[in-house]
Design a protein around this ligand. Sequence first.
Ligand code: GLA
Length: 727
Amino acid sequence: MIDYEPTTGVIHLHNQLISYVLQIEPNGVLIHRYWGPNLRHWRLDALNQPERTGQTPVLADADIALGSICAEWPGGGQGDYRYPAFQMRQHNGSPLASLRFKALQIREGKPVLEGLPQFFVVSDDEAETLVLTLTDTTTAVEVTLYYTIYRAFASIIRRVEVRNLGAVPVRLDEIMSASIDLRPQAFDVIQLNGDWAREANVEREPVHTGTKVLRSNRGMSSAQQNPFFALVTPETTEQSGEVFGFALVYSGNFICRIEKDPNALVRAQIGIDSENFSWHLDPGAQFETPEAVLTYSEAGLNGMSQIFHQIIGQRLIPTRYQHMERPILVNNWEATTFNFDRERLLKIAKAGQAVGAELFVLDDGWFGHRDDDTSSLGDWVEYPGKLQGGLVGLSKTIHRWGMKFGLWFEPEMISQNSQLYRTHPDWRLCDPSYTPAVGRHQYLLDLTMPAVRDYLFERISAVIDLVGIDYIKWDMNRPMTDVFSCHLPADQQGEVAHRYVLGLYALISRLTARYPQVLFEGCASGGGRFDMGMLAYMPQIWTSDNTDAIARLRIQYGTSLIYPQSTMGAHVSAAPNEQVGRMTTIETRQNVATSGVLGYELDLTELTTADVDAVKARVKQYKQLRQLLQYGRMIRLRSPFETNEASWVIVDETQTQAVVFFTRVLAQANQLVMPLKLAGLDARADYRVEGRICGGDELMSVGLTLTPPRHQDFWSKMLVLERVSSD
Ligand code: GLA
């Protein structure tokens, strides 16, 4: 999968789907050559450089103008005026670095990355890793670039390690996980942006000359911007065209930079955001970037999504969860918020049991003295007297009913009104000479501190051990401010945001290793930290606090650009909906939630008998189709961002079964009905659809005609297709 030709310096990473080519020039400068569909060889060797003028600085010891090449790992200061991938400040203040090739290794498998989430290999023969070391001509700082290519996926996993082998410290000011210069070509950039309760908006625009920056400096990957972007050719659609996808395996501050220079080269970068970032590297110390995953598809955005879905599902999410059927849960939050007692909870849980739900989750409000969101975060001890019989009693009853039991935690936070704050006021992240900004009445704990992490580990473990819980909802409800740790020296304050994330990963990996039987679900006021970093520990994430089915069409559609449906928590809630007041039928709500990990977040005892019957029927059907629904191949068919409809299909591996979801948003008089062309079926097979037999070819080339009733907004349909024969 990786060929190196020492005479030409060409390194060719390839599998049957893609090729990625770099070249070491005779002077040791690293050039990017190609990334795209698989090539048999790379033999083109001319270094295409535009005409040089007096305005073109040239490396004095080599005949290269860095500013006009496709660079593989650009540093600043020697004639490349685009954004660098790497910037350091030397002990004497110099910002220069001139990185040249030192050594390379081609390794079987994928070396382990300490302390950060990562893609893994199941066996060493499924991937190869290029380990390419560059060294600075002056400082003895070494940069090692890692590239892993799997046999089976159209993607390259990249990361970088910096080592200071010199005798004096240096400071890292900028370090990307991946940087690549694509050849001149017209591109659009696609991003996922949003905010609380409206995550994952798909936005597309042409890449113009200049720099486009997408980022989060909130200390979390954020609802405002997902750590992802795609460069696509202007004609690319959901089903066809070239797509270069980039995503970061990280949950903190990040930047995506797309820079088109006057020669139409496009530099694409992804990594930790450099605002308020600097890393002190003592002699002998090293720094590791998070991983970035680069995917290439010629099959449009759906093609890109399927590569992301496969690699996330098969090589990122912990193996024990990979084919695990995720339980159908009932969560009390929207039904009760903080106002519950044992009786109320048990009523909801019992109604859940009656419809076939498998897990009851007690959300916020069970600990400290928490009756609203102003207190108690940090005090992970049961609220005395709130539940008659206590949490242990509740858990026992739920378990006796044959259901699992789960609890909500928000471990990273501290309320000022808490026992923890009174005991450890210095455990809060803040500069004590300023009044820190407050969010939802709470502050972040300083997770850079081992003592804080130990405390949380012990408290959470004690609750798991005592109560016997099967599931944890791990929430995080405010962004980071006042980025200062009282426990780090002045020259390390630029490390706080990243050290926080490292601390978070250390805590979560300790807990998930100790409690492998507990299912963890991530959450950050909904999808505020929906990223691959969290998914490396927790296989599912609460997609949004917005549970309105119609708002969810867009949120889930956008989220599915990267993340498989098995990662998306999706709950049926009450009508009118709490966030937007909209009335939708139980059928529409269930169809939208069925396309993710189905749950119920409402007081089931308040449903009409007809709705209860609909819920029972759906739960039964979901269980029958669960493998397909959670792990099948999802293909988007119609975009709610572009049309009055939303549709996608989920097909199993053998193309034997498929489930089509279709929702029309607003009713229209005299509406134009566009046939819905399906995808992913076997063209030669026949399928039974609502009692009729249709060819896979007909369903994909002609399409289904769905005619929603004229007078009904928010009409939705779920259709199950079963294969009947093939010739
Ligand atoms: C956040 C979560 C919700 C709920 C509340 C509880 O907003 O996203 O699902 O758990 O916190 O306070």
